[in-house]
Design a protein around this ligand. Structure first.
Ligand code: COA
Ligand code: ZN
Length: 323
């Protein structure tokens, strides 16, 4: 496997479909995930283990995880909203399990019916359970600090509270902490300031950001986070996405545009753009009623474009990373 400079985790099958107004049939989900992996995405959040009556679009996550696990080299991620979801994710054999832990008290109660501290306690319980499993069966665990940049219910979310939750998650034993702009409130200056503060508190466990493009600042925020040292980015194909329990939340930063930004800077994402556009067609055919967004898909590659250098193939040189 060749080296990558940035790691894009496609979250469309989870964040995208949980907020869609229509259901994507299970077979279409499987075909889409296969196409995403064929385009070079090595990490895909394929669904969540929530009660089917709460989010019907996630009812087939077990079957979708089973399919995704047959794809060689793919890290299969699932979201768990509580300990019960974690147990179900464990049974499915997902490689990585992500907990959304809101720094906004109001969003936390609306989303998972727990306070942030009660949610941290569930994550701690999951980390403890993991320690009892045989070495080969221990999934990675991520704590994503949701509404880290503000909340449509509560308004401002104090930065100290974000740092406190991130630190609690790191101490609970998660492998990684991510900062999530659940409702698209972040701006690049805020991103840099908060990323630095959380990095000071949890060190290398902070490895990425989960961004929404609600106010058009998704790419600017991604770049700001990159400049602070972030190397892991969540995004959704076609800019689908949004949390059903955060009023006004809309789509994630667009995978196609994010990959183009990094590749055009000479940073290796591992993504093949022709194959990525084929995956987008499969998405559109799988859920034709749902609008898709993004600039790259309409404009295509610039004339004479060179991807970042791949192993054995010279390409565009990388920008010097600013860290
Ligand atoms: N998967 C399946 N069933 C679950 C479950 C899970 N993850 N968590 C709880 N349940 C079941 C319980 O077993 C119980 O079943 P019973 O009535 O047959 O006994 C029932 O649901 C209620 O359990 P409880 O623990 O009281 O849950 P709750 O009603 O307080 O709801 C959540 C908590 C987290 C399950 C719910 O708020 C939720 O699913 N939120 C969705 C969060 C989300 O995905 N947001 C978007 C991504 S960030
Ligand atoms: Zn999200």
């Amino acid at each position: 496997m060749s080296q990558l400079d940035v790691f894009i985790c496609e979250v469309g099958p989870r964040d995208g479909l949980q907020n869609a107004h229509h259901l994507m049939p299970t077979e279409a989900k499987k075909a889409w995930i296969s196409a995403l992996a064929a385009a070079g995405l090595r990490e895909i959040e394929v669904g969540s283990f929530v009660p089917a009556k709460v989010i019907p679009a996630m009812a087939d996550t077990g079957e979708v995880v089973a399919h995704a696990k047959t794809i060689a080299g793919l890290k299969v991620v699932a979201l768990a909203p509580n300990f019960k979801g974690f147990q179900r994710a464990l049974e499915s054999g997902a490689h990585k399990i992500t907990f959304p832990v809101s720094a906004s008290h109001q969003h936390s109660v609306s989303n998972v019916r727990m306070t942030p501290d009660e949610m941290v306690a569930q994550v701690r319980q999951a980390c403890e359970l993991r320690l009892t499993l045989p070495a080969g069966q221990r999934p990675e665990i991520e704590g994503a600090v949701a509404t880290a940049f503000g909340c449509t219910l509560q308004g401002e979310v104090p930065e100290d509270e974000v740092v406190r939750i991130a630190k609690l998650l790191a101490d609970a034993g998660v492998d990684s902490v991510a900062l999530a702009d659940t409702v698209g409130y972040a701006n690049p200056a805020q991103m840099k300031r908060l990323y630095r503060k959380v990095k000071d508190a949890v060190g290398a466990k902070l490895d990425g950001v989960h961004l929404h493009n609600t106010r058009g600042l998704g790419l600017a925020n991604a770049l700001a986070a990159y400049e602070e040292g972030a190397r892991a980015f969540d995004s959704s194909m076609g800019g689908l996405g949004g949390c059903p329990f955060a009023p006004g939340a809309s789509g994630n930063v667009v995978t196609e545009d994010l990959a183009f930004m990094f590749e055009s800077m000479g940073l290796r994402t591992g993504i093949d753009f022709d194959a990525l556009l084929r995956a987008r067609e499969i998405l559109v055919n799988g859920i034709p009623e749902e609008p898709v967004y993004g600039h790259f898909a309409g404009a295509g590659l610039p004339k004479g474009f060179r991807r970042a250098a791949q192993e054995g193939v010279p390409g565009k040189p990388a920008v010097a990373p600013v860290v």
